[in-house]
Design a protein around this ligand. Structure first.
Ligand code: C5P
Length: 294
C-alpha cells in the first residue's frame, strides 16, 4: 500500500473522566468499567515522517519516554502497518508533549490514537472509523475512546463506546501534583477493598442529555478516590482548594494523579490557576473538544 503523503501532523487531545466506576474483575485480569469520558483541548502535537530505515521510532521532548515498542505510539503504528499490509515501512514519530505524564489523562493512549488517525489519512483511509477503533483496542484500553473523541460512555475494558450528547460548555482547571500514580497498582489496591459508593452514572447521562452542568457536577465521582493511599490526601487537598475558589465540581481523572475542576464559562479562574501552579507545579485550563471521527 502506497502512502499519499510523506509527512503528516495530528493533534492528540487529552481526556478527563467525568465519572469513573469499576464493576467486576474479569477472568482476563482486566476490570469492567463504566466511565463517562470527555476529550479536552489540552493536547500533544504529533508529526509522522516516512523514511527508509525500515524501523518505527518515536521521539519526544521528555528523555524518559521510550522511543521503541514500549511507546504506545510505536505499538499503534506497527499494528496499523500490519493491518494494511505495509509492514517494514520506516517512520519517525515526533511527539511534542504538553499533556502531563502519569496523570490519568490518557497521554500515551491519545498519542497512539492520533498516530492511528494520521496514518489512516496518510494512506487515504483504507480502514473505516469502526475498523480503526477495533484495531486500537489491541494497543490499550483507553485508545478507542481517544481515536473517536467527544463525550462518550465507555464500558467493558473501556473499549466499548457509546457517543453521548456534547458535554455542556465549561472551563476545566487541571492540576497535576508532582507525583504520579501507577494504574495497575491502583487497580490492585481497589481489588483489596469493597466499594461502598458508586457514581450515579444514569443521573449523569440524564444531566448531559439535559445540558445541565450543575447536575453533572453534583454527581461527578471517581471510585479510585476511595482507595486507601496516602497520595490521595493531596488529591483531596487540591479538590478542597478548587471548591473554595467556586468550582461547580472537582474530581480526580482516571487513576490520577491529575485533579480537575469544572467552572461555568466566564467564571474567574486566574487566581486559582496561579495558586495551584505555585503549590503543585502543573496547572492549565482547557475546554471541551467534540467527536473527532465518525
Ligand atoms: O489496557 P491497558 O494496557 O491500558 O491497561 C493497563 C493496566 O491497567 C492493565 O494491565 C490492568 O492492570 C489495568 N486495567 C484494568 N482494567 C481495565 C483497564 C486497565 O485492570 N479496564
Amino acid at each position: 500500500m502506497e502512502a499519499k503523503f510523506t509527512q503528516i501532523q495530528e493533534t492528540a487531545y487529552a481526556k478527563l473522566n467525568i465519572s469513573l466506576d469499576v464493576a467486576d474483575k474479569r477472568p482476563d485480569g482486566y476490570h469492567d468499567m463504566i466511565m463517562v469520558m470527555q476529550t479536552i483541548s489540552l493536547c500533544d502535537d504529533v508529526t509522522i515522517r516516512l523514511n527508509n530505515s525500515g524501523k518505527v521510532r518515536a521521539k519526544t521532548n521528555f528523555s524518559f519516554i521510550p522511543g521503541d515498542e514500549r511507546n504506545l505510539a510505536v505499538k499503534a503504528t506497527l499494528a496499523y502497518l500490519a493491518a494494511i499490509g505495509a509492514e517494514g515501512q520506516g517512520m519517525t514519530i515526533t511527539i511534542e508533549k504538553k499533556i502531563p505524564v502519569g496523570a490519568g489523562m490518557a497521554g500515551g493512549s491519545t498519542d497512539a490514537a492520533a498516530v492511528l488517525r494520521a496514518l489512516n489519512r496518510m494512506y487515504d483511509f483504507p480502514l473505516s472509523a469502526s475498523a480503526l477503533e477495533e484495531l486500537s483496542a489491541s494497543v490499550g484500553s483507553d485508545v478507542p475512546f481517544c481515536v473517536r473523541g467527544g463525550t462518550v460512555l465507555a464500558t467493558g475494558r473501556g473499549e466499548k463506546l457509546e457517543s453521548l450528547a456534547d458535554m455542556p460548555d465549561c472551563i476545566y482547571v487541571i492540576c497535576k501534583p508532582e507525583f504520579s500514580i501507577s494504574t495497575p497498582e491502583l487497580f490492585r489496591k481497589l481489588d483489596q477493598m469493597s466499594l461502598r459508593c458508586h457514581p450515579d452514572t444514569a443521573g449523569i447521562l440524564d444531566a448531559i442529555n439535559q445540558d445541565n452542568l450543575e447536575q453533572i457536577c453534583r454527581r461527578m465521582y471517581n471510585v479510585f478516590e476511595d482507595v486507601d493511599d496516602r497520595r490521595l490526601r493531596v488529591v483531596k487537598e487540591i479538590k478542597g482548594i478548587m471548591l473554595d475558589h467556586g468550582a461547580l465540581g472537582a474530581m480526580m481523572t482516571g487513576t490520577g494523579s491529575a485533579v480537575f475542576a469544572i467552572f461555568r464559562k466566564g467564571m474567574e479562574t486566574d487566581a486559582l490557576v496561579s495558586k495551584l501552579r505555585a503549590g503543585y507545579g502543573f496547572c492549565e485550563t482547557a475546554e471541551n473538544v467534540s467527536r473527532l471521527i465518525s
